[in-house]
Write a protein that binds this ligand. Sequence first.
Ligand SMILES: Cc1cc2nc3c(=O)[nH]c(=O)nc-3n(C[C@H](O)[C@H](O)[C@H](O)COP(=O)(O)O)c2cc1C
Length: 178
Amino acid sequence: MMKKTIVFYYSKTGSNKFLAYKIKHEIDAEIEEIKPRINSHILLMLGFSLGIKKLKNNISDFDRVILCGPVWMGKFIEPLKAFSIKHKNQIKELIFVTCCGSSYEIKEKKFGHGRVFKKVESLFAEKCTHCEALPIALLLPDNKKQDADLVMYTRLTESNFNGEFLEHFKLFISNISG
Ligand SMILES: Cc1cc2nc3c(=O)[nH]c(=O)nc-3n(C[C@H](O)[C@H](O)[C@H](O)COP(=O)(O)O)c2cc1C
């Protein structure tokens, strides 16, 4: 039987929101936005713990939670962390996915998504069954993948949701569907 799944996402500039909705449609999940109690990006980026608003959905009704959001400064960002700490006990299974700036090559470096994966895995222990990164570089041609400015300003949208990025997205969907 299909696992009853809900996607919770936080997104500042839209890429992770777009990704979250793609996942929702692909696996027929529910979806809800994580809303910080005070949506000050500066305070959130500095890592201030502002808490999140009460959720509309009851997590206990779901077999599986997919958590989706960006990486900032190599950190498991505050809204995702606040959500995780608050609801960890109600979550039966967790998958983490991020559309982030760091490529697979620099995964384990200072600002790489690998550090965030370790945080998520240590927080959720055996409940965390999968962590996935879909780096922005997958949207760029080979000669532009290292262009840090371009990586920072490129957003995931319907018009670039194709090619290498789409291949990795499909692989992710098949991995979590098996
Ligand atoms: C202030 C700031 C810091 C960032 N730091 C990192 C980082 O350390 N590692 C990383 O992989 N991406 C980093 N990024 C890139 C974001 O993760 C990426 O742009 C993401 O797709 C934005 O998601 P959103 O559009 O859903 O907000 C950073 C972006 C910003 C704005």
